[in-house]
Unconditional design. Structure first.
Length: 296
């Protein structure tokens, strides 16, 4: 697959009984692709992957491949408590028709670099698919340093991309300096996309794209094309919404934006709970104020 462009980390829609709403997931994915997205990633953090059973993850991937697999690649987010479980999911994702893997460190256990390297390499070797390394020390507590990224890139030819979510834009610059064009670098933090492209990123694993695909793709394309004035104007409008991606309750917030634009509902699986009270009122006011001045 080609690793570039705007690839949504798709949310997982739930029915009132909190079972996965496969019909809506397919509709939602196609809607984003219709607006220019170049792939779909599932089920990552935003997709509430930690709350899905293994069979549910595979069923979700099958739904997405069936919905958009002839149009854009589906990338499976590979996250698990154990290396064996992660390897099993990677193999099932390949069988489902996914064309790439986004490889996360193990949940909960924060081990040595030797242990993390073994975990990553086990997943890399599990399939014939291209792999993206996902570095998010804020969420997962494991920080893959630029020198370690280069070590993996030198050892494993199937690692072709990195989603960098440390929120430190210098990481993109550092990886570029060490690896040059060996890896396709993606920004994984919504409110750093303009800065990330300026630093050398070629893609965006995006969150608010779930609600605002047209604006997300346009912002990415304007920035990549060097249309700085137009990009800055759009970015400044978008930033209050993009910053919703960087809080602990980002899943609830992004699903709430989806609900406000008529493309989804706010349902989440526990331990997450829907927003209520003052927090809900505050966020709804922000969202509605932004959408009232929507540029498209």
């Amino acid at each position: 697959m080609t690793w570039s462009g705007v690839i949504p980390a798709i949310t997982t829609a739930f029915k009132p009984d909190l079972s996965v709403d496969h019909e809506f997931v397919a509709k939602h994915a196609n809607w984003m692709v219709d607006h220019g997205c170049t792939g779909i990633v599932a089920p990552g953090s935003l997709g509430e992957g930690a709350t899905l059973r293994h069979t549910e993850k595979v069923e979700l991937l099958n739904t997405l491949v069936g919905a958009v697999g002839n149009r854009v690649p589906v990338v499976a987010a590979i996250s698990a408590l154990s290396t064996a479980e992660a390897v099993e999911l990677a193999k099932d994702a390949e069988q489902a028709g996914c064309r790439g893997l986004m490889v996360l460190p193990p949940y909960v256990y924060k081990g040595t670099w030797e242990e993390m390297r073994f975990h990553f390499s086990s997943i890399f070797h599990a399939t014939g698919l291209d792999c993206m390394l996902y570095n998010n020390p804020i969420a997962y507590g494991t920080d893959v340093l630029p020198e370690q990224v280069r070590e993996l890139a030198d050892r494993y030819s199937m690692m072709v991309s990195v989603k960098e979510s440390s929120a430190d834009i210098r990481r993109v610059t550092a990886i570029r300096a060490l690896c040059r064009d060996r890896l396709a670098l993606f920004v994984g933090v919504d409110d750093l996309i303009v800065e990330g492209i300026d630093a050398g990123a070629v893609g965006w694993i995006a969150g608010l794209v779930n609600a605002c695909p047209k604006e997300s793709v346009e912002l990415f394309n304007l920035t990549l094309a060097g249309e700085k004035v137009e990009a800055r104007n759009l970015y400044e409008w978008f930033l209050p919404l993009l910053r919703l991606d960087i809080t602990f309750d980002f899943v609830q917030l992004i699903k709430l934006v989806q609900s406000e634009v008529g493309m989804g509902n706010p349902r989440v699986r526990p331990p997450r709970m829907e927003l209520s009270g003052a927090r809900l009122a505050e966020v709804q006011a922000l969202i509605r104020a932004c959408l009232a001045n929507r540029p498209y």
